[in-house]
Design a protein around this ligand. Structure first.
Ligand code: CP
Length: 334
């Protein structure tokens, strides 16, 4: 996809047809206009649940999860069910013919005969791309190794939009495992497309942001970054604090994981140093990095993020299978 041409075209008119039948492996598969349209659709879905309840009647989504998940798989499935469709799939490749040595390509060629769309999570970077090339139906990347998690980014954007009314002109702190945290990479790259963001990258030396992600910020004139090790010294400057879990499953060495896992713990005491309007995001699951005493604070936005993830997946699934949300076009053109 090239970057969008937004002038003079209503978001609704510009996207449904062009995205129908397409796969979303990275956020580069969506133009900024299409992302904005998905945000608007999620907002419509949230307030028009009855109207959209039969949007995907007769559709079937497959969720092929080769790696553990709670939120992503269940929200993909709930999204299709709430749109009137059905769901098949597996959570754990040991229960499928993958355990007999079947390739991703053959699995996707097979499943394409059964369903209208596939959501896939896999521990290997690039697996979702391979899946999309083999499939004859839209494939959505639900996380491929340490690479990308585009629908988590859509949930993150929806949360920023609902908290601030915008996804630009923000100082965004990202804290923790910035090396292996795929959601961090997706979010930075996408916010750079919208521009006017200052990133404060908080990590130990061993878990710094990869160079290719820093290059993306450097290439964006309206964006900038600083790298720091201490969260407390910068927390007062932040509009958003995006906490991340140290990704145990991506470490080669258990000792390194144990040494680094509790580097940053956000608790109610530290939160007092931040702006009252700051939003704390986390893709979840958390381990120790956000104390439970933060949950009741109005700045905690991570369970809103979960809800927004379902709404954004409803928007994405209906769009990719080519189903129009009843009433949306009139609503969005008002
Ligand atoms: N945020 C996220 O991807 O959560 P799960 O691993 O539970 O799907």
């Amino acid at each position: 996809f090239s970057e969008p041409v937004e002038n003079g075209t209503s978001p609704a008119a510009s996207t449904d047809q062009s995205l129908s039948g397409r796969s979303v492996v990275t956020l580069d598969d969506l133009t900024t206009a299409q992302i904005q349209d998905l945000l608007l659709k999620a907002s419509y879905i949230d307030t028009h649940r009855k109207e959209v309840a039969h949007t995907c009647d007769g559709r079937i989504l497959a969720t092929l999860f080769y790696e553990p998940s709670t939120r992503t798989r269940l929200s993909f499935e709930t999204a299709m069910l709430r749109l009137g469709g059905n769901v098949i799939g597996f959570a754990g490749a040991q229960l499928s013919s993958v355990s007999k040595g079947e390739s991703i390509g053959d699995t996707l060629k097979t499943v394409s005969n059964y369903v209208d769309a596939v959501a896939i999570r896999h521990p290997k970077e690039g697996a979702a791309l391979v899946a999309s090339q083999a499939a004859s139906v839209p494939v959505i990347n639900a996380g491929d190794g340490g690479h990308m998690h585009p629908t988590q980014t859509l949930a993150d954007l929806a949360t920023l939009k609902s908290r601030f009314g915008r996804i630009t002109d923000l100082t965004v702190g990202l804290c923790g495992d910035l090396t292996f945290g795929r959601t961090v990479h997706s979010l930075i790259e996408t916010l750079c497309r919208f521009g006017n963001v200052h990133f404060v990258l908080v990590s130990p030396d061993e878990l710094k942001t990869p160079q290719y992600v820093l290059d993306r910020i450097d290439e964006t004139p309206s964006c900038s970054y600083e790298e720091v090790k201490d969260l407390v010294s910068v927390i007062a400057d932040l509009d958003v604090l995006y906490m991340t879990r140290v990704q145990k499953e991506r470490f080669f060495n258990e000792d390194d994981y144990l040494r680094l896992r509790d580097t940053y713990i956000l608790d109610a005491e530290k939160l007092k140093l931040s702006k009252p309007s700051m939003a704390v995001l986390h893709p979840l699951p958390r381990v120790n990095e956000i104390a439970v005493d933060v949950d009741a604070d109005p700045r905690a936005a991570y369970f809103e993020q979960v809800r927004n993830g379902m709404l954004m997946r409803m928007a994405l699934e209906s769009t990719l299978v080519g189903d129009t949300l009843p009433g949306y076009e009139d609503w969005s053109n008002k």
